[in-house]
Design a protein around this ligand. Structure first.
Ligand code: AMP
Length: 271
């Protein structure tokens, strides 16, 4: 893909060092009309790049919306926004470990174990799984659940809370490290970057995720305590329903939590 090639050509180093202004490029796409007026969500993507990469990134995202496994989008929205360095913070890339599973049942049992040892109560874990397993369509964002009581805190139904405004600080360093582990490519990258921002949020105890891409059966449990636990099989092939749950400490200030998730720009730093 064009954007991936362009990135590979970059010399490397932090994008913060290259230019005074960075650009957030966001895309969301649907089929059958716009979101909210009957359109079915197809895909979304976002990157933070320097000005000379904005165009390639948009082309790459356009192809992604047209060629997605969930269908070819017929409604595609882009948002391009300049970002000043002053408002940007950094967080570390979560360390990755892998749990190999062969079936959905095995994968979900492993995820439950990971949630419990990360500090999520049995009740909250059950509530998180019940939310995701009762979905008849994919959520757009994540359900936020109290890690102690299991209460759902966001009150946002099928929309949930979207974690946005994040990317990798040094794409070359990231690709060198993850490519060496055989985990190059957009899917693992996006999940790991998102999970790193989520784990760095004040209040996060753990995160549970499986994809809404019907052919991407890998999921994960992320936590500030243990890192990113990649679970190789967490759903059946062909299943188009995915979702996320953010488990938070009891007493977390939800307004601040949602503000951080939606608006704080975070660049994820590779050690
Ligand atoms: P994906 O990993 O992109 O296949 O997404 C799987 C599920 O995670 C989606 O169905 C949403 O419920 C949720 N999700 C996707 N992107 C985000 C996001 N940026 N913030 C919060 N939740 C998300």
């Amino acid at each position: 893909m064009l954007a991936a090639r362009k990135r590979a050509e970059n010399k490397g180093g932090s994008i913060m060092g290259e230019e005074k202004v960075l650009y957030s490029v966001k895309m969301r796409s649907s089929l059958g009309g716009a979101h909210g007026v009957g359109g079915q969500h197809i895909s979304g993507a976002e990157r933070i790049v320097t000005k000379n990469s904005v165009e390639q990134e948009m082309i790459s995202m356009l192809h992604r919306a047209w060629e997605h496994d969930r269908g070819a989008a017929d409604f595609i929205q882009f948002k391009v926004e300049a970002l000043r360095h002053e408002g940007i913070t950094c967080c570390p890339l979560l360390p990755l470990y892998q749990i190999d599973t062969a079936t959905k049942e095995e994968g979900r049992a492993a995820a439950k174990k990971e949630l419990l040892r990360s500090g999520v109560s049995e009740t909250a874990m059950g509530k998180g799984f019940a939310i995701l397993e009762s979905l008849t369509d994919s959520m757009r964002g994540a359900a936020v659940v109290d890690a102690e009581t299991g209460e759902r805190l966001d009150g946002l139904g099928m929309r949930g809370v979207r974690c946005s405004c994040m990317d990798c600080e040094d794409t070359c360093a990231y690709e060198a490290q993850m490519g060496a582990k055989g985990l190059g490519g957009e899917h693992p990258r996006e999940a790991l970057i998102l999970a790193s921002k989520v784990a760095a949020a004040p209040g996060t105890v753990a995160e549970l995720c499986w994809s809404d891409d019907p052919f991407y059966v890998t999921g994960y449990v992320g936590s500030p305590k243990f890192g990113y636990g990649r679970i190789t099989v967490m759903k059946e092939k062909g299943d188009p329903i995915g979702g996320r749950v953010f488990f938070v400490k009891h007493g977390t200030d939800m307004d601040r939590y949602v503000e951080y998730m939606q608006h704080q720009t975070v660049l994820v730093r590779v050690k």
